[in-house]
Design a protein around this ligand. Structure first.
Ligand code: ADP
Ligand code: ZN
Length: 660
C-alpha cells in the first residue's frame, strides 16, 4: 500500500543504529531544516535522529506507513551541509551505516537530547613577542605553497626531522589568520606533547583551541561552537577533529601524515588524513600533508602527481646526524633484552648526565610465561593468544580480551615445573635497567603506566623538570616529543618488524628507525642510536641505514608492486566472527567465490591474526582491485549478503586497513 503525502512534508532521518538506511517520517513543522535533529518514534521507544532529506515537492511517496515526528529539536542545523556531504561520502566509501557515521561526526552533547550548555568564551587573541623568521629553504617552500592557497590542492611537505616543518605550517597559518580564515592542524598525539600547541602558538596572533578525546563533552562543545561562529580560528587536534563543523575553512595541515593513529581501528574505521582531503575539496582549500617518512600511499600519490611535493632537505640547527650502531644479537647475546654494547654505551652517556630512551614494541613484563618442563606457553582461556605477564601487579593479562588472572594462581601444566617469563616487554626491561642503574630515575611510557590524566600530568611534569634519566617506552614514546638532552636511543629488538606477517611491517619499521633516529639527533652534539637485531644483514635494514628512508622506500615499494598490494591496489578486509569455528569459515569460503570482475582479487579465507578472541573465532578475506570503483561495488555485494545472514555471526568491513 502507498500512502500519499500532501499536507505534511516527508522527511528522511538518519538514526544511530547499525542499519544502512534512512527512515521516513512526517514533519509538519515549518522550521525543519536538513541537518537539524528530531525526536522520532522508533519501535516502542523514541530516538534522536538527524534530518538528511526534506521532500519539499510533496510528491515523494513512502512505501511504508509513515509516522509523525515527536519533536523538532533544533531550529538551526547541528550538522552543516558541507559536513553532511562529507558524512555521506564516508558512509559510502567505508561501507558504514550513514546514521552511525553521522553520530560519530556529531558533538557528544547533541547525541543525547540535552540542552546546549552555556559557553563563556575567553578572548583568544594574544601579542606576538617574537616574530617568526623562516630560513631560506623554509621560505621558498612556504611561498610556493602559499601561491596556491586559495584553491584545492594536496601539498606534501617532505622534510627531514628537525628541518622545521612546524615553522612552515605556522607561517602558512599566520598568513591565513590575518585574512580571517579557519585553519585545522591535525597531530597524531596531543596529550603526550605539551610542546605541540606551544610551538604553534608562539608566533601566532591567536591562541589555538585544542581538540582530542580527553576533553569533556562541554569542552568539546565549546570548540564545536567556535568552529561554527568564529570566522577566524585555529584548531589543533587529533583525528576526531576532522569532523568539526567548520564554516570558513582555508587550510588543513596533517602533521606526521604516516602515523597510524589517524586511522580509527574500531566501529567506524575511517582515516582522518584521507577525510581531510575530501573536506578540503568541499571547501576548495589546500591540504598540507607532512612527514619525514611518508606513508607508501603518499609516496605513490606524489609519484603519480596527485600530490605536489615540497622538500626541506636540511636540519634547521646544524646538528649532526646520529651515529647508528647495529648489535648482532646472535653474537652479543642480550641479557634480559640488553646487549653488552647497549649496556656499556648507556653507562657512558648516563655518567655524562645525558638521557637515554629505550624503545620496545611491546608493553607488559614479557611476551608470556613458559612452563619450565614442557616449554609450552600459557594461553588465554578465551582467545588463541599468549597471556602477557605484568609483573607490577603479578598478573597475566590477555591483550586481546583483557581477561586477567593472578600469576601464582596459574597451575603449571607439568609436575615440579615453574612458570618462567619469556620474551621482553617494557616492564621486564624496566626491571633490568633499574638493577643495572640503581641510582638513575626510570620512567616507563606505555599505556599501562600512563592511562589517566593524572599519570599524564605526572609524566609531563617530570619530563619538563628534567627528573627522568631513562625513558622506556612503546610507540607512545616515538611521537614527536622533544626530550632535552637525550643522547642515546636504543631499539631493543627490530626483528618483529622485519619479519612481520603484516605487509606493512617493513614500512612501519623503516619509519620507526628514521623517526627514532630523529629523536637522537636534536642537539648540538652527535646523538647515538643502537639497534639490536638477529639479522644485521637484512637487505632493507642495510639499505635504510646506508641510504636513508627515501631510497629504502623505493625498494620496498617495488616489493609491494610485485605482490600487487597497496598502494598498487586498493583493499578491504571482511572479518567475520562466531562461536562456531566452521560457520564463519564456510560462509567466507562461499563469499570468496562470489562472481566478480576479473580485476577484483580475493585472498582467503584465513584465520585473522587474532584467530580466537573472547571465545569467538575470527576469519577474514581480503578483497582488492586496482579500481577503487570495482572494489567498492564488490564490497557492496558482499555487504548486502552479510546483512541477510544469521545475526549470531558478527562481521565488519575495513576499507584501506592499516592493520590485519
Ligand atoms: P620537524 O618538525 O621538521 O622535525 P622541527 O619543526 O621540530 O622540525 O624543527 C627543529 C627545530 O628547529 C625546532 O627546535 C625549531 O624550533 C627550530 N626551528 C626550525 N625552524 C625555525 C625557525 N624558522 N625559527 C626558529 N626556530 C626554528
Ligand atoms: Zn583473551
Amino acid at each position: 500500500m502507498v500512502y500519499n503525502i500532501d499536507m505534511q512534508k516527508l522527511i528522511s532521518v538518519a538514526l544511530d543504529i547499525p542499519i544502512n538506511k534512512l527512515f521516513d517520517y512526517h514533519c509538519s513543522h515549518k522550521g525543519a531544516k536538513v541537518g537539524a535533529r528530531v525526536k522520532v518514534p522508533f519501535g516502542n521507544s523514541s530516538r534522536i535522529g538527524v534530518i538528511v532529506v526534506i521532500d519539499h515537492t510533496g510528491k515523494r511517496e513512502s512505501k511504508f506507513k509513515v509516522k509523525e515526528i515527536h519533536e523538532l529539536l533544533d531550529l538551526s542545523p547541528v550538522i552543516t551541509s558541507e559536513l553532511l556531504k562529507t558524512v555521506k561520502w564516508a558512509a559510502t566509501y567505508y561501507h558504514y551505516p550513514i546514521g552511525q557515521v553521522l553520530f560519530t561526526a556529531m558533538n557528544p552533547i547533541h547525541r543525547k537530547a540535552k540542552n546546549e550548555p552555556k559557553i563563556k568564551y575567553n578572548d583568544v587573541s594574544q601579542d606576538i613577542t617574537v616574530p617568526l623568521e623562516l630560513n631560506e629553504e623554509q621560505l621558498i617552500v612556504s611561498n610556493k605553497i602559499y601561491k596556491n592557497i586559495d584553491k584545492y590542492q594536496v601539498n606534501y611537505l617532505r622534510g627531514v626531522t628537525g628541518s622545521g616543518k612546524t615553522e612552515v605550517y605556522t607561517n602558512l597559518t599566520a598568513n591565513l589568520l590575518q585574512k580571517d580564515g579557519q585553519v585545522l592542524i591535525l597531530v597524531p598525539e596531543i596529550n603526550l606533547t605539551p610542546q605541540t600547541v606551544a610551538r604553534f602558538q608562539k608566533y601566532l596572533s591567536i591562541r589555538p583551541y585544542e581538540y582530542h578525546s580527553n576533553l569533556t563533552p562541554s569542552q568539546k562543545f565549546k570548540v564545536w561552537k567556535a568552529c561554527k561562529e568564529n570566522e577566524k580560528l585555529l584548531i589543533i587536534g587529533t583525528r576526531s577533529s576532522i569532523f568539526l563543523p567548520f564554516e570558513n575553512l582555508k587550510l588543513i595541515i596533517v602533521d606526521e601524515e604516516h602515523d597510524q593513529s589517524y586511522k580509527q581501528n574500531d566501529m567506524f574505521r575511517y582515516n582522518a588524513r584521507d577525510i581531510s582531503i575530501v573536506r578540503a575539496k568541499n571547501f576548495n582549500c589546500p591540504v598540507v600533508l607532512g612527514s619525514a617518512t611518508p606513508s607508501f600511499e603518499s609516496i605513490h600519490n606524489i609519484n603519480i602527481k596527485k600530490y605536489k611535493q615540497f622538500k626541506l632537505l636540511h636540519k634547521y640547527h646544524k646538528s649532526k646526524l646520529p651515529l647508528i650502531t647495529i648489535v648482532d644479537t646472535s653474537i652479543d647475546k642480550p641479557d634480559e633484552g640488553i646487549s653488552k654494547v647497549l649496556k656499556d654505551k648507556m653507562k657512558l652517556e648516563l655518567d655524562k648526565n645525558k638521557k637515554v630512551i629505550l624503545f620496545i614494541g611491546r608493553r607488559g613484563f614479557s611476551n608470556t610465561v613458559m612452563c619450565s618442563e614442557c616449554k609450552s606457553m600459557v594461553k588465554c582461556q578465551k582467545c588463541d593468544v599468549y597471556m602477557t605477564y605484568h609483573k607490577n601487579i603479578e598478573r597475566l593479562i590477555c591483550h586481546k580480551c583483557e581477561f586477567s588472572q593472578k600469576f601464582n594462581s596459574v597451575k603449571p601444566c607439568c609436575q615440579n615445573s615453574s612458570l618462567v617469563p619469556l620474551g621482553i616487554g617494557t616492564q621486564r626491561i624496566e626491571d633490568k635497567i633499574k638493577k643495572l642503574f640503581p641510582d638513575k630515575i626510570v620512567f616507563r611510557v606505555d599505556s599501562d603506566n600512563i592511562s589517566s590524566k593524572k599519570d599524564l600530568k605526572d609524566f609531563i611534569d617530570k619530563t619538563i623538570n628534567n627528573e627522568v634519566d631513562i625513558f622506556i617506552g612503546t610507540q607512545m614514546i616515538v611521537k614527536g616529543h622533544d626530550f632535552d638532552g637525550v643522547s642515546l636511543v636504543g631499539i631493543i629488538n627490530i626483528d618483529a618488524g622485519l619479519y612481520s606477517t603484516d605487509f606493512r611491517g617493513l614500512e612501519k619499521t623503516g619509519q620507526l628507525i628514521t623517526q627514532v633516529s630523529g629523536r637522537a639527533g636534536r642537539q648540538k652534539t652527535q646523538g647515538n642510536v643502537i639497534i639490536q637485531t638477529n639479522n644485521p644483514r637484512h637487505k632493507l635494514l642495510v639499505k635504510i641505514l646506508k641510504d636513508g628512508y627515501e631510497e629504502f622506500s623505493k625498494i620496498a615499494l617495488k616489493e609491494r608492486e610485485s605482490v600487487n598490494l597497496p598502494p598498487y591496489s586498493h583493499i578491504g578486509i571482511i572479518k567475520l566472527s562466531s562461536s562456531n569455528k566452521h560457520q564463519s569459515k564456510s560462509l567466507l569460503t562461499e563469499i570468496a567465490k562470489f562472481p566478480k570482475n576479473k580485476s577484483v582479487f580475493v585472498f582467503g579465507p584465513s584465520p585473522s591474526e587474532t584467530s580466537k578472541k573472547n571465545n569467538k573465532y575470527f576469519f577474514q578475506i581480503v578483497v582488492g582491485s586496482k579500481s577503487r570503483k570495482l572494489l567498492s561495488e564488490h564490497i557492496s555485494r558482499i555487504k548486502l549478503y552479510l546483512a541477510s545472514i544469521d545475526s549470531k555471526i558478527k562481521w565488519y568491513i575495513d576499507v584501506d586497513p592499516t592493520e590485519q
